[in-house]
Design a protein around this ligand. Sequence first.
Ligand code: SAM
Length: 247
Amino acid sequence: MRIDVVSIFPEYLQPLTLSLIGKARQDGLLSLDVHDLRDFTTDRHRTVDDTPYGGGAGMVMKPEPWAQALESVLDAAEPAEGARRPLLIVPSPAGARFTQAMAYELAEEDHLVFACGRYEGIDERVLDWSREHFDVRPVSLGDYVLNGGEVAVMAMVEAIGRLVPGVVGNAESLVEESHSDGLLEYPVYTKPSAWRGHEVPEVLLSGNHGKIARWRRHQQFERTAARRPDLLEDFDAGSLPGADREA
Ligand code: SAM
């Protein structure tokens, strides 16, 4: 998968050189390039913003540097024969909510381009113009407002990148995670079995795999009901096996 990120703070994306995503880049599973939007300005001050038409507080990102930056990303892309159009993701609190299901969908793409907004956001015509060259999706990390798109991009790249085959060593660890089947994950424990007066649930020490699986499934359901009852509205409770309350 190829990823390009355009930002006025390229150094914000530095953590994406670390850990699993950094290793995936080194191993050639992901190519990730970060571009400085200011490199596509033409004035002495490298200006990327201007006052909003219609008045109001704050500044708006000017369209031309964005068009230049995105054209340069397209020129460098050299898409493979039959590759899909690149997908331009525009982080925005006014976008569709980013979810694990969306992460799975985006992990299938050949080329993702992220446009990090700042100030009051990007001139809307950039999105209109981009539709001639990209599929375009405004995406929100959640119902709150960040100062810029960089933190949202880091979260999205990490969530999407770990679903690209080979990035997470043990693919099975992706299967039982929170949100993979609509429920939250069960609680997890490691050694020692007794720690500061707290014991690991006995069922986990039993070696009975069927019983452990039923206990974990039940814990998923209980935890989801307690912490995220909204998730249960879309969940098919009929798919739950009989919960084992013994443990
Ligand atoms: N005026 C915009 C609004 O009310 O929709 C908010 C602009 S925000 C201060 C600046 C930039 O931060 C946005 O253009 C976007 O790139 C990013 N951003 C802020 N909140 C976000 C969120 N919840 N999800 C994704 N990106 C966000």
